[in-house]
Ligand binder design. Structure first.
Ligand code: DON
Length: 601
């Protein structure tokens, strides 16, 4: 990138962590800028909540790539420079993240792409994992029907048939301009020649250190020779992964789902007690689905349909909230928070009835009916909390970032939102033999037993029970927003069950509260998922006064460290209706992960 040109600059998020929001001992939220200048906030913070210090968004005239790793964002911007469109860049970023963000970027997992073409056609590409042919509804239960702890999250039984390579290749063939060789070259170079780790990379990779110690292949490149963890300044070279990527580059999907790579995966699975067969791999096909759509205050939302529950939840929450004047209520005021929480509670209670549309009939039309939203609103009291109907102990994770989202837009306005994942950091915790490919633990997203919470504390029903070839229900919510036929925003995030409420928070920040995209991404978050009942609060989101008011109304709260890594793009100005500057695109990278970067083109 040429830093000399004002509209093509990139900014790493390093050092600007949202740790800047300090929760003082008396519980008063306080904003402490660390680097850069906090810019004027367009809001009157009705609740008295402290504005979050925010850098301005990054501008770009001809394109924008925002991802969780700087090198990957740069790869995407370079592909745009070379004449690639947003899909070419998205495919290149997908492969690059598998190398430079290996805890979640992947070729051994799966994900979703929401795509909006310049002529306004929106489509959803589902390349999520499928259950192997030998999978059964009770495969994670013991003889008494109890769920066996850890079996769906670690080791080969946890692995679904990966979809990423098939998905990226389908996207490239349908919408890309560049050759597979061109879009994969940067990832291959990064794997083969290595890259020097920053503190942020090390923080990410260190999540897997215990797994690496158990894996004879992973330990060779993900640990130092003495078995200690990698450090900033070390060069991470992944030769085996480079070879697999080269095979895919030469042979296409056959380079992964057949031949040597497939043999390695299947053999490793068999040795590890897994279910994957060659037929599972060679039979994998991604699918194209219509996007799930809804409208919010004149904006059109294209988002993820089932097998994600994320888009349904997002649209149901927006439908409910559309009946309130959220701007007038004020960001983080007690009445605004209460309405958001009740909208979330309803949407998450409804989520449990969803599953793979190839296997179950999803009540989407009913859940997204505006009349249904009106009835929910009518039943939401304005002075006390609604009790979640059934309370079962959930086990929310303390942090939720173990997936990754990136957003891309090109000069023609083609917009691509991709969320893909191994599920937990480094998935099931092992690489597939000598491939250097980390495998997902996506089987945990099924209901291992209806009614039992998964690793995100989320409860599913029979609609999401395991069956051969079935896709587990997801929360991933890659979303493109448009108005009057033109793209306005590209957004998504990791965060497990919290993903839809993270996306909601950014959408409300931009549309209702007039924030710029960076500020909306930075906003501290709240989350309610019906079970468990307590409202989850990112440190600093609510003032003691607001919390007191809501406690008196019957709400309970649980405070968490930061969660999610939302990566967003706003079109036309840094915030809605702002006068257009020189840039056309504005990127907001989530500083909760220090390697996130928006790179303008
Ligand atoms: O598809 C899903 O909803 C999950 N597998 C996503 C996992 C995730 O976001 C992990 N991050 N906390």
């Amino acid at each position: 990138m040429d830093a000399g040109q004002p509209l093509r600059w990139s900014r790493r998020a390093g050092g600007l962590l949202l740790a800047a929001i300090l929760l003082l001992s008396d519980g008063v939220a306080c904003a402490a800028p660390v680097g850069g200048t906090a810019h004027d906030d367009p809001l009157a913070f009705g609740g008295g909540s402290a504005p979050v210090p925010s850098m301005p968004p990054v501008g770009g005239r001809d394109g924008m790539v925002v991802s969780a790793q700087t090198l990957a964002s740069q790869v995407g911007a370079r592909i745009l420079q070379q004449g690639g469109n947003a899909v070419d860049a998205a495919v290149a970023v997908g492969y690059a993240l598998a190398v430079v963000y290996p805890a979640a970027g992947n070729i051994g997992g799966g994900g979703f792409m929401t795509l909006r073409t310049p002529d306004g056609h929106a489509i959803f590409l589902d390349f999520r994992e499928h259950a192997p042919a030998a999978a059964t509804a009770t495969m994670f239960q013991d003889a008494s029907g109890n769920v066996i702890a850890g079996l769906s999250t670690k080791g080969w039984k946890a692995v679904g048939i990966p979809g990423t390579v098939a998905g990226l290749e389908l996207a490239r063939q349908r919408w890309g301009h560049l050759s597979r060789r061109q879009v994969m070259a940067p990832a291959i170079a990064l794997a083969r020649d290595g890259f020097v780790l920053t503190d942020g990379d090390v923080e990410l990779i260190s999540h897997g250190n215990d797994d690496f110690r158990r894996d004879p292949v992973a330990r060779r490149f993900f640990l130092r020779p003495d078995g200690s963890g990698l450090q900033a300044g070390d060069r991470l070279v992944q030769r085996e992964l480079a070879q697999v990527l080269e095979r895919i580059s030469r042979q296409g999907t056959r380079g992964f789902y057949e031949g040597r790579t497939a043999t390695e995966i299947v053999e490793a699975s068999r040795r590890g007690g897994g279910l994957l067969t060659r037929a599972d791999l060679s039979g994998y096909r991604p699918r194209l689905l219509p996007t799930l759509t809804c409208d919010y205050r004149g904006y059109h939302i294209d988002t993820a349909p089932p097998p994600s529950g994320g888009g349904v939840a997002l649209c149901e929450m927006l439908n409910i909230l559309s009946g309130y004047d959220m701007h007038r209520l004020g960001l983080y005021t007690a009445p605004a928070v209460a309405r958001e929480v009740e909208a979330m509670r309803h949407a998450y209670a409804d989520r449990q009835d969803l599953g793979d549309p190839a296997f179950v009939a999803n009540p989407v039309a009913h859940l997204l009916d505006v009349e249904y939203a009106r009835q929910i609103r009518a039943a939401i009291p304005t002075d006390h909390a609604v009790a979640s109907t059934t309370i079962r102990p959930g086990v929310p994770t303390p942090e939720g970032q173990e997936t990754t989202h990136y957003s891309v837009i090109d000069r023609d306005g083609m917009a691509v939102a991709v969320t893909y994942t191994l599920n937990g950091w480094f998935g099931a915790g092992m690489v597939a033999g000598r491939t250097g490919v980390f495998m997902n633990d996506e089987m945990d997203d099924f209901s291992t037993r209806p009614g039992t919470p998964n690793m995100f504390g989320i409860v599913g029903s029979k609609a999401n029970e395991i069956a051969p070839g079935k896709t587990p229900l997801s929360s991933m919510t890659p979303t493109v927003i448009s108005r009057d036929g033109k793209p306005v925003m590209v957004i998504g995030s990791p965060g497990g069950s919290r993903i839809p409420t993270i996306v909601l928070s950014v959408v409300l920040g931009v549309i209702d509260y007039g924030l710029d995209i960076q500020h909306a991404v930075d906003l501290p978050r709240i989350h309610e998922q019906w079970q468990p009942e307590a409202v989850q609060v990112e440190q600093g989101a609510l003032t003691p006064g607001v919390i007191d008011t809501l406690r008196r109304e019957g709400y309970s709260f649980q405070s968490y460290p930061h969660w999610g890594v939302a990566e967003g793009i706003l079109v036309g100005g840094p915030r809605l209706n702002a006068p257009a500057g020189d840039a056309r695109y504005y990127g907001g990278a989530d500083r909760r992960h220090s390697t996130s970067a928006a790179v303008g083109e």
